[in-house]
Design a protein around this ligand. Structure first.
Ligand code: TYD
Length: 206
């Protein structure tokens, strides 16, 4: 596979979608490569049905929730991400497997290892070459969240603190894959740091 796969991770309201859009525009202009912008959950038609169930449906027990996120991911990778990488595209996804480890394993019931194994099985071990963590202290959350909260966003402060710690711990374990940035920085500064990390992989100047 010769494409480039990049994920954006972080808490709700960290600015992932803004940075993803800026990077997509820059990659198109700077490299002329095809860019595919997608997200989880809900990057495909089947995924949009699962997204509705996951974010706006009834409460789910932790195993059901983990399996549905993994099912969304399996279909997303098989039907959209891998085919795009095979035709040499640059794929930018708003959330991927690390979100499952951070969100589905934070509670009492499932360990990070089992959630990770489930997702790795679902995607046949496909990991991004770069994962950008937009790390946001949850004290900034009330100003940043817009619109009605989804089922996971209603989970309370302790939940956001745990997911943040889980992302930081994963990033520390695999520094070669992760670029950790302080999401409180300015939009342009963040975009420049992301370009600097990605440019060499495309063989272009940042
Ligand atoms: P979404 O609106 O797509 O993202 P954001 O809040 O980042 O703007 O919401 C996705 C929600 O689903 C978010 O609260 C995180 C959660 N989620 C998981 O719990 N596990 C996962 O594997 C993924 C991909 C997302």
């Amino acid at each position: 596979m010769s494409g480039l796969f990049i994920s954006f991770e972080g808490g709700d309201g960290a600015g992932k979608s803004t940075q993803l859009r800026l990077l997509a525009d820059w990659v198109r202009t700077a490299s002329g490569r095809e860019v595919v912008v997608t997200r989880e959950p809900g990057g495909t038609d089947v995924g949009r049905t699962l997204r509705e169930v996951l974010l706006h449906g009834a409460d789910l027990d932790p195993r059901t929730e983990a399996l549905l996120f993994a099912a969304d991911r399996a279909h997303h990778v098989a039907s959209l991400v891998r085919p795009a990488l095979e035709r040499d595209a640059v794929v930018l996804t708003d959330r991927y497997l690390d979100s499952s480890v951070a969100y589905q394993a934070g509670g009492r019931e499932l360990s990070g290892e089992e959630v990770e194994q489930l997702s790795l099985w679902a995607v046949q071990d496909l990991l991004p070459q770069v994962s950008v963590l937009l790390d946001l202290d949850p004290v900034h959350l009330p100003q940043r969240l817009t619109g009605a909260p989804d089922r996971l966003e209603r989970a309370g402060d302790g939940f956001h603190v745990r997911t943040r710690e889980a992302f930081l711990a994963r990033a520390a374990q695999d520094p070669g894959r992760w670029l950790v940035l302080d999401a409180a920085a300015g939009i342009e500064d963040l975009a420049a740091d992301i370009r600097a990390r990605v440019a060499p992989l495309l063989g272009v100047a940042p």
